[in-house]
Ligand binder design. Structure first.
Ligand SMILES: Nc1nc2c(c(=O)[nH]1)N[C@H]1C(S)=C(S)[C@@H](COP(=O)(O)O)O[C@H]1N2
Ligand SMILES: [Mo]
Length: 365
């Protein structure tokens, strides 16, 4: 065995416990998370939005970029970025979260990008609705999937592939999918998918394909590696599992006070402290309630209206902090009655961990 990852011979563990490996650390250096202090804002600044790219960032020329619609369409066509920009324009604030967010909170953890809490952000995405373009290409009667592929190609478990995901015609009807070329009013940055990406509101981030260059209408289910090989809730490696789709209800807190550099534990002075953060759920379901735990007791926080149907809500709670050592936590409930569980159910890839965010604080004179 030569440890050649391109033949699937690499010695990568599926799960790990304890210390992080060099490979996990280098993934963390490429894929940054949001600064939790930015959770005070409705819209995450572009440079503070989290990032997750599996392979290399392709450096594409906006002027030369083409989006190809091919496969089982009666009227397939290609579009330049200029032509896409000439389509009806919409701007939508969308909260996006990586499915792997929170995986380090599961034991054993999945051997992958070691996210704790920070793989979430809300941007104002500008682009055009996808559904009318698909209709214009006239999908044939037997179409069961639309495959979306990016310009980034790489290997995972010995399988070479361009990052790709699919949606069924029914999902495309139901979800307000956008073809996007701007983020917070600026052209997309290379690492966020320039010059063109998909945004699938209400779903975990893996569906929002970056560097999009091809949409293929398929009369058989799409078997792309990222569709059938990765983003599924599995209990064991040979378990086909259930696909990861809509985001689960979740909340985060702006860590109060000031941090210790290494441990990120917090120090604050006694007196009134406004605890605040953001809460969200999937598929356009609003957050109804946020509770804050201080010591043993849960308190009702004030929840603001979201900035958009697919965006998070701000929340706040005024705390009269007395000297002591506390483990603070926050927990959201959505309008369908889904509440964050105190402990997430384990799955092989550590997906969708929505257990409460905990912050350790020392209140001292
Ligand atoms: N082409 C391509 N699209 C992709 C990815 C990728 O690696 N390649 N990563 C996906 C994942 S897992 C997430 S969470 C989001 C992250 O988007 P962002 O980096 O703009 O925050 O992009 C998705 N789209
Ligand atoms: Mo992700």
């Amino acid at each position: 065995m030569s440890d050649n990852p391109f033949r699937g011979e690499h010695a990568r563990e599926v799960t790990a416990s304890g210390v992080f490996s060099q490979h996990e650390v280098s993934l963390a250096n490429r894929n940054s998370g949001v600064f939790l202090e930015m959770l005070a804002l409705d819209i995450t600044p572009v440079g503070a939005h989290y990032l997750l790219s599996h392979f290399d960032v392709p450096l594409l020329q906006a002027g030369a970029h083409r989006l190809v619609l091919d496969g089982a369409f009666d009227a397939p066509f290609e579009m330049s970025l200029e032509e896409i920009r000439a389509e009806p324009q919409v701007t939508m604030p969308v909260t996006m979260e990586c499915a792997g967010n929170g995986r380090t909170g599961m034991e054993p953890r999945s051997f992958s990008m070691p996210w704790a809490y920070e793989a979430v952000g809300t941007a104002e995405w500008t682009g055009t609705p996808l559904a009318p373009l698909i209709e214009r290409a006239k999908p044939q009667g037997g179409v069961v999937d639309f495959a979306f592929e990016g310009a980034d190609f790489g290997y995972d478990k010995g399988v070479g592939h361009a990052f790709g995901r699919s949606l069924t015609p029914e999902e495309l009807d139901r979800l307000e999918v956008l073809l996007v070329y701007e983020m917070n009013g600026q052209p997309l940055l290379p690492q966020h998918g320039a010059p063109l990406r998909l945004i699938v509101p209400g779903w975990y981030g893996m569906a929002s394909v970056k560097w999009l260059n091809r949409i293929t209408a398929m009369t058989e289910r799409y078997q792309g590696f990222q569709q059938v090989g990765t983003y599924r809730f599995r209990q064991a490696a040979d378990d086909p599992g259930e696909p990861v789709t809509e985001v689960r209800v979740k909340s985060l807190m702006v860590p109060p006070g000031v941090p210790d550099w290494i441990t990120r534990k917090r120090r604050l002075s006694p007196g009134r402290v406004t605890l605040q953060g953001r809460a969200w759920s999937g598929a356009g379901v609003p957050v109804e309630r946020v509770e804050v735990r201080i010591g043993e007791d849960w308190h009702e926080a004030k929840v603001e209206a979201p900035v958009g149907r697919y965006a998070w809500s701000g929340w706040s709670f005024d705390w009269q902090a007395e000297p002591g050592h506390y483990l603070l936590a926050c927990r959201a409930t959505d309008a369908e009655g889904n509440m964050q569980p105190m402990e997430a159910a384990w799955n092989l890839s550590g997906f969708a961990n929505n257990a409460p965010h905990e912050v350790e604080v020392f209140v001292e004179d």
